[in-house]
Design a protein around this ligand. Sequence first.
Ligand code: APR
Ligand code: PHB
Length: 396
Amino acid sequence: MVRVERSEVAIIGAGPAGLVLAHLLARAGIDCVVLEERSRNYVQSRVRAGVLEHPTVELLRQLGLAERLDREAMTHRGIEFAFAGQRRRIDLEALTGKCISVYGQQEVVKDLIGSWLDLGAVLRFEVSDVALHDVHREHPSVTYRHEGESHRLEVAIVAGCDGFHGVSRPSVPAGALEVADRVYPFAWLGILAEAAPTNEELIYSSHERGFALYSMRSPSVTRLYLQVPADESLANWSEARIWDELAIRLPTDAGFDLRQGPIIERGITTMRGFVASPMRHGRLLLAGDAAHIVPPTGAKGLNLAVADVVVLAAAVARLLHEHDETGLVEYSAVCLRRVWRVQRFSAWMTTMLHRLDGEDRFARQLQLAELDQVTTSVAASTALAENYVGLPFGPH
Ligand code: APR
Ligand code: PHB
C-alpha cells in the first residue's frame, strides 16, 4: 500500500540549500516537504564549511534564523595571507564595508532544523529509495520509503538540494546535462583541534612545501588544513606529522603562535570544480552541491547553495502565486552567472595559493608576484575582498 501525499514543493535534502529554501518558501506561504536520507544527528554533526558570507548572514537574520549565530559566531573584519616569510592582512571591512562570520555549517543546519520543526513543518529523516517521477510534467512526484511505509508525494516542483552524491542530478536524462569539471592534483587534509585560536583572523599560507590554512570554529576550537597529494591517505599522517608540517607552513617565524591540542576530527577533502547545466529540467530545479561544487579555497560552497535557493524560491513563488513561469525559465541562467563568477574566484584563489609538483621557478615567482599585488594594490585587494565577503544575491 502506498501512502499518497500532496504538497506544493518537494525538497530533497536537508543541508544548507534545502533548509534555507524551506524557510524561504514557508515565508512565501508555500507548502513544502523536506526529505532527508540521513538521521538528524548525522546531518547536525557533519563537519563541513565554516565561513558565512555577508549576504548569507543578512538573509538568515531576515528569516529570523540568526539568533544563536549572532550570539556565537566570530565576526572577521579581515583575512591574512602569508608568503615568502611575511604576513599581510586584507582589511575586508575597510575595502567593502562588510565582514564574514565564522560559524560551523553544522551549527547553521542545527539552527534551521530546530526552527523548521518548531514551525511544525514536515521534515522526514532517514528516508530511503527516493525517486523522482514526471519532472517534465506539471505534476511531478517523488516516491520514497519512510518508517517502513511507501509514500508518493505529488507536488508542483521538485527542488534537488541533495548534494553532489544525491539522486536528483542523476535523475536528469543522460545527454540533457552539460558538465564542466576540473579535478585538482591535490587535496586538503583538515583537522579540528581543541586548541584556542591564537590569531583573530584566518591565515592563508602559500609555502614552498605547499598550502596551509589557519581557521577556527570557536574560542576553543581551531580548524586547520594542509595541502596534500590528491590520493593521500590519512593513515600517512600521525598527529605529530600534522603539527610539524603545520608549524613549517604557517608563519611561525613571523610572530604567529601555533597552539596545539587534541585532534577531535580529521578528514581529507578533494579539490574540485564542477558545474552541471542547465540547473532546471522541467519542474526539477537543482540547487547547491547537487548542481555544482567549488574548491573550498574561497569558502564559497555553503554560500553559493544559499544564493541558488534565493533565486529558486522567488521563481517558485512567481509560478504558484502568479502562474508565471518566467522565474523557472530564467532560473538556470541567473544562478549560473553567479556560479561561474564564484568558480572563477575559487579557481583563482586555489591556483594562487597551492603548489603543483614539478612547478618551475618561473611559475612560483608568478604566484608570489600575484600574492604581493593582491595584498598591496587597493584595486586588486578590493576585487578579492568583494568576492570574499560575498557577491549580492539575486538576479544581478
Ligand atoms: N534523498 C534525500 N536526501 C539526500 C539524498 C537522497 N537521495 N542524497 C543526499 N541527501 C542529503 C544529504 O544527506 C545532505 O544532508 O542531501 C543533503 C545535501 O546537503 P549538502 O551536501 O550539504 O549540500 P547543499 O545543501 O547543497 O550545501 C552545499 O554546504 O556542505 C557545505 O560547503 C559545503 O558546498 C557544500 C554546501
Ligand atoms: C573553514 O574554516 O573550514 C574554512 C575557512 C576558509 C576556507 C575554507 C574552509 O577558505
